[in-house]
Ligand binder design. Sequence first.
Ligand SMILES: NC(=O)C1=CN([C@@H]2O[C@H](COP(=O)(O)OP(=O)(O)OC[C@H]3O[C@@H](n4cnc5c(N)ncnc54)[C@H](OP(=O)(O)O)[C@@H]3O)[C@@H](O)[C@H]2O)C=CC1
Ligand SMILES: O=C(CO)COP(=O)(O)O
Length: 328
Amino acid sequence: MTRFTVIGAGAWGTALANLYARADHDVVLLGRNADAMAAMEATRRNEGYLPDVYLPPALRATHDAKEALSSAEVVLFVVPAQSLATAAETYGDLVPSNAMLVLCAKGIERRSGRFSSAIMAERFANNPLCVLSGPSFAADVANGLPTAVTVAAGTIERADRAAELLSANTFRCYASDDLAGVEAGGALKNVLALAAGMAIGRGLGESAKAAIVTRGFVELRRLGAAFGGQPQTLMGLSGLGDLILTCSSEQSRNFAYGIALGSGVDRTNLKLAEGVYSAGIAARLARERQIEAPIVQAVAEILDGEISIDEAMHALLSRPLRREVETA
Ligand SMILES: NC(=O)C1=CN([C@@H]2O[C@H](COP(=O)(O)OP(=O)(O)OC[C@H]3O[C@@H](n4cnc5c(N)ncnc54)[C@H](OP(=O)(O)O)[C@@H]3O)[C@@H](O)[C@H]2O)C=CC1
Ligand SMILES: O=C(CO)COP(=O)(O)O
């Protein structure tokens, strides 16, 4: 039995806490909202984020960071990418120096262009650290449905150890030493899911969506490689795998956000769509590196209100014809 502390009591944090409590670990779910955490303890549900899932007795929900972190062996950071640096500052002094950190956000920090591992390596120089990413809807994992993800660390031996610790009966972790590839895939698939959703919401059809997903994947591979990722990683669970999942189900908040944008419905009460925050910085990083990423650029411009979806589609279709497979 290992002591897990999950920081961030949203949908994914609750699902992972649920998973590890069912796997007979000692699990504490730490949230910043005292009332919500007390309600969770009392009702055994997370009404705000994952209402249909029962929280097992082995899971404790708390707002008390000192108590939650004092003997943690594994600390999962499950907050949005834009909140990670703040969470690291808030809880950093309480995290035991030998605890393994598991980073679960899928995004790029807007103000710095950093992925999670770079943000955390700065604050936690000595803790072993890994990134967990891949096709995994919170509700599926919380309900014990079969899921496979990638766990990446700085060396493959560390990743092997982390994957072993983080795997459970229904949750299969594949080890990787490609932090850059895993983080790039997780962030970029969200931006592309917005584009796929917009095509559906705007009534452009499934064929247009398939073209966007496929050509978007070309952009994901180009950008992922520019960030230092390996081609095989981008073809794997945390790249192609998560792109497929996120672009094929309205369970995805990014895909659903894209649909809402495309169909012009009110987006004020929609849930977290990480791609909305990562699109602009992804587009900027692509421009700075002179990487051709027209779909990512279009998503950023649409979100900024610079162009309409119709104008973006017209611009994409009007680009000079080219060969499908790039040769060196
Ligand atoms: N949901 C999913 O299926 C999956 C999500 N992910 C990724 O996990 C990350 C989190 O997503 P998810 O849980 O779904 O998002 P949610 O919007 O469901 O929840 C986010 C949670 O983070 C909390 N939070 C935000 N900032 C802080 C902070 N500074 N300190 C402490 N807690 C904070 C929020 O607290 P409060 O309620 O007080 O605002 C909220 O409980 C995202 O990057 C997402 O892409 C990855 C795989 C699957
Ligand atoms: O990352 C996810 C599935 O792997 C969840 O996707 P959304 O954030 O779009 O809901």
